[in-house]
Design a protein around this ligand. Structure first.
Ligand SMILES: Nc1ncnc2c1ncn2[C@@H]1O[C@H](COP(=O)(O)OP(=O)(O)OP(=O)(O)O)[C@@H](O)[C@H]1O
Ligand SMILES: [Mg+2]
Length: 150
């Protein structure tokens, strides 16, 4: 018998309230999920993933919010592609994302610029209801161990 065992995907899917607290929780869940997959809290992949989730979740709970509806965080480690895929879904399908050009004194308008800078690739996908904003970063087995590991 030719038994094929495929590499298991490591995944988190969590619905969260569309509030600042929900957005904070998304960021924390990202760190704890990556820690449970073997990536330390202070390692570069976790810090980058947390920054991306923070921006995408903040956008979901402000611009993508519909009263009474949750948003959803999905993290998937795709080991065969050495990739961490981050997806943040919100229920608003009627507002396009805009890359803003924040002026030096502006308080807002930088989130997607940060996403653009940190993600290897990112984008938006329509859903039946709302949309998913996704971003991918490298997550290689070699990077396991994080700080303190040669
Ligand atoms: N999930 C979303 N749903 C609807 N519109 C969005 C979403 N994310 C971003 N946008 C739109 O794209 C714009 C740019 O987002 P970006 O995160 O760069 O800036 P910001 O959220 O306005 O400010 P900052 O992130 O710096 O606090 C937003 O102002 C908003 O109009
Ligand atoms: Mg933003």
């Amino acid at each position: 018998m030719n038994l094929q065992i495929s590499t298991p995907q490591t995944q988190l899917v969590q619905r969260l309230s569309a509030t600042p607290r929900g957005a904070r929780l998304a960021r924390r869940l990202t760190a704890s999920s990556l820690a449970s997959w073997g990536y330390p809290y202070d390692g570069e992949p976790t810090e980058t993933a947390q920054l991306l989730v923070a921006e995408l979740a903040a956008n979901a709970v402000t611009h993508g919010r519909v009263a009474g509806r949750d948003f959803e965080l999905r993290l998937a480690h795709l080991p065969e592609e050495n990739t961490l895929r981050i997806e943040v879904s919100d229920p608003r399908g009627d507002r396009p994302l805009r890359i803003l050009r924040a002026a030096p004194g502006d308080v807002h308008g930088r989130g997607l610029i940060v996403v653009e800078a940190l993600a290897r690739t990112w984008g938006v996908r329509e859903r039946v209801v709302g949309k998913t904003v996704w971003a991918e970063i490298p997550l290689t087995p070699e990077r396991r161990g994080g700080s303190g590991t040669p």
